[in-house]
Design a protein around this ligand. Structure first.
Ligand code: ADP
Ligand code: MG
Length: 626
């Protein structure tokens, strides 16, 4: 009976598919089933009676390995399960160890049954490595990564997500997607989330609001995915602050370009009309005795026309179509000369501080135009300080590098003279500051402001290849900074002399002008000065007329831009037959080439419309007598 029972146990022991052994309390192997014998690659007699660790952990192992549960079994008296790496067998096993006690409670035997879990462990390791890889990849993303289920519960996110939102890991795991948005953006995000789960993907831009309330524009996308049997939204968010800024700048500059074209077009035509009004007016004035009542009327017409001409000039300046004459000047000299003018423009209750750079700041500039720029800034500063304050004008040199351009998003690399103009006045908010360079933008009462001052400033500085920026806050005053490129090679020219009277002459002049009104008034002026005038309305006609009169003609006065052959080409053709022929160009407009370059050739004789008879007569003599 007993034998039969023993036989049965033996059969069961052998039938266990897993390696099984029975040990005595000293780790000696009492029995081993066929699976365990197969595992060792030895025979039963080689195993029985040997120490368990010698067989299963390696023949050099002389004591129970770390993690051996024998001690624990004595204490607990229950089955213990341990993971054991058995080197000599090249695998990892899950070993369940069951103690067997005799009637007196003394440990008699331990039954070990092992399960090979090597593959499972390897798979677990692979999963762990995959997870590490995914975590590193997600954490290295420049944007934020998120994954949440249909209920909006966050399942996974990268470290950047916590950094940007300023919420901790625990807080994110408790949060929902809506917690990172405010106002109407919440509706947008809700709709887009719905879209992802219905259509498979969606994208949008929205303002991400951090825990401390910081708002940042972001681009978000989302894709539907089935992860571990759960419908999820997986997506990324990218900070688009820079892109937004550049878009805004582009929009602003395109607007300025468009308005500039419009304003420039009107101003150009207007300029020609004013040329006629001022020209005839001046002639008329010269014919009327100063004590005649009519003299006054004409004077009134001229004064108003001059005002109109100045407005037109501001518009031309804004649209960068004014003629500027660039000469080397020291920005310090300009500032110094402004001192007196400033004192006149602003009231006595405003203190003026002028601090000049100790280095020469030679720039290629039209001194008169830059003075006008500063006068406009001064007028605005005065208006911003009705109760007095301080105005400061400083000059210095700066070098703009890539870093500067990247940081401030304006300017281009190079050396510049900087004229800083600040006031302690009312300042302005960002909405106003964004628009101040637009023509006709004014916050002043009707009749007080034209909104053209800063438009002129903007165009003039651009035409000088410079740029202007401002810093202002309500109540904190305003600082404008004008950057003008420093000239590389510099030679200073002598000051031009100016005179108040008409300077006469008697030479023969060929006048080329396509605008009839302008041609007529210019001819009338020239004749008034005493010259003999031959006219032509375009280049082709001019060449024919010149052929017939080339001995008599000493000077050509020509418009630059004309349909067909332009003034310069016409003059160059004539010069072929008469090399000593002199020329004076006239224009209200710069030729495209001139506009693009922003420069008039230094050696070219030039005068701009509308023509002032005195300066015109002086300029003609200068050219003829040179
Ligand atoms: P206007 O002076 O005719 O209004 P501007 O083009 O010179 O036109 O200026 C436009 C607007 O810019 C002003 O109406 C004013 O709102 C603002 N502004 C210009 N300069 C200053 C300044 N120094 N302080 C405060 N606001 C200014
Ligand atoms: Mg102004």
């Amino acid at each position: 009976m007993i034998d039969k029972q023993n036989n049965e146990w033996e059969t069961i022991f052998q039938a266990i598919g897993h390696p099984a052994i029975i040990l005595d309390p000293n780790h000696k192997i009492l029995a081993a089933n066929s699976a365990s014998i197969r595992l060792t690659g030895k025979t039963a007699s080689e195993i029985i009676g040997r120490q368990c660790y010698e067989i299963f952990h390696g023949k050099d192992i002389t004591e129970p390995p770390e993690g051996c549960p024998m001690e624990k079994l004595l204490n607990s008296g229950q089955t213990e399960t341990v993971d054991m790496e058995m080197e000599s067998l090249g695998g990892i096993f899950l070993v369940s160890c069951t103690p067997v006690f005799d009637e007196l409670g003394k440990l008699q035997k331990v039954i070990h049954i092992a399960t090979d879990i090597t593959e499972r462990k390897k798979a677990e390791e692979r999963v762990l490595q995959e997870r590490n890889f995914a975590d590193s990849a997600l954490n290295s993303l420049p944007g934020i990564f998120y994954m949440f289920d249909m209920a909006g519960k966050f399942l996974r996110w990268n470290t950047n997500f916590e950094k940007v939102t300023e919420y901790t890991y625990e807080e994110v795991s408790q949060a929902g997607p809506m917690d990172f948005f405010a106002g109407s953006d919440r509706d947008v995000i809700q709709k887009k989330m719905h879209e992802v789960f219905v259509k498979g993907s969606a994208e949008t831009e929205a303002i991400l609001v951090s825990k401390s309330g910081k708002s940042t524009p972001y681009y978000f996308n989302g894709h539907k995915a089935q992860i571990n049997g759960v419908q999820c939204l997986i997506g990324m968010g990218i900070n688009i602050s820079d892109k937004k800024k550049i878009e805004e700048q582009l929009r602003q500059s395109q607007k300025m370009e468009a308005v500039g074209h419009l304003a420039g077009g009107i101003a150009h035509d207007f300029n020609n009309i004013l040329t006629a009004i001022i020209g005839y007016g001046s002639l008329l004035k010269n014919l009327i005795p100063a004590n005649d009542l009519m003299y006054d009327y004409v004077q009134q017409i001229l004064t108003s026309s001059e005002k109109a001409a100045s407005l037109t000039h501001s518009l031309l300046a804004f649209s960068r179509k004014q003629i500027i004459e660039l000469k080397p000047v020291d920005a310090n000299d300009i500032a110094l000369r402004m001192q007196k003018i400033l004192a006149r423009i602003i009231g006595e209750d405003i203190e003026i501080n002028i601090i000049l750079s100790r280095c020469d700041l030679i720039v290629m500039a039209d001194q008169g135009q830059i003075e006008l720029v500063l006068m406009n800034l001064a007028t605005n500063a005065r208006d911003a300080m009705p109760n007095g304050g301080r105005l400061s004008l400083t000059t210095n040199a700066v070098e703009i590098d890539d870093e500067f351009v990247k940081t401030y998003n304006f300017g281009s690399v190079g050396k510049y003279a900087v004229i800083t103009f600040s006031d302690t006045g009312s300042g302005m908010d960002k909405k106003t500051a964004d628009r101040i360079f637009e023509p006709f933008f004014t916050t002043k009462q009707v009749g007080k402001g034209t909104g053209l001052g800063l438009a002129m400033v903007y165009g003039t500085i651009k035409q000088h290849n410079g740029f202007i920026n401002l810093y202002s806050e309500p109540g904190e005053g305003t600082t404008f900074r004008i950057y003008l490129p420093l000239a590389k090679t510099v030679q200073t020219k002598k000051e031009e002399k100016t005179s108040k009277n008409i300077v006469p002459g008697n030479e023969t002049i060929l006048l080329i002008e396509d605008d009839e009104a302008v041609r007529n008034v210019t001819k009338a002026m020239l004749e008034h000065f005493g010259y003999t005038v031959i006219e032509a309305f375009n280049g082709t006609e001019a060449l024919q007329v010149f052929e017939k009169n080339k001995d008599a003609v000493q000077l050509v006065i020509s418009d630059i831009i004309m349909p067909g052959q332009n003034g310069k080409e016409t003059y160059n053709a004539m010069k072929q037959t008469k090399p000593n022929l002199k020329v004076l160009f006239v224009s209200g407009y710069t030729a495209n080439i001139l506009t693009q370059r922003g420069i008039l050739d230094e050696t070219t004789n030039f005068i701009s419309k509308p023509l002032n008879p005195n300066s015109f007569s002086i300029k003609i003599r200068e050219v003829l007598d040179k």
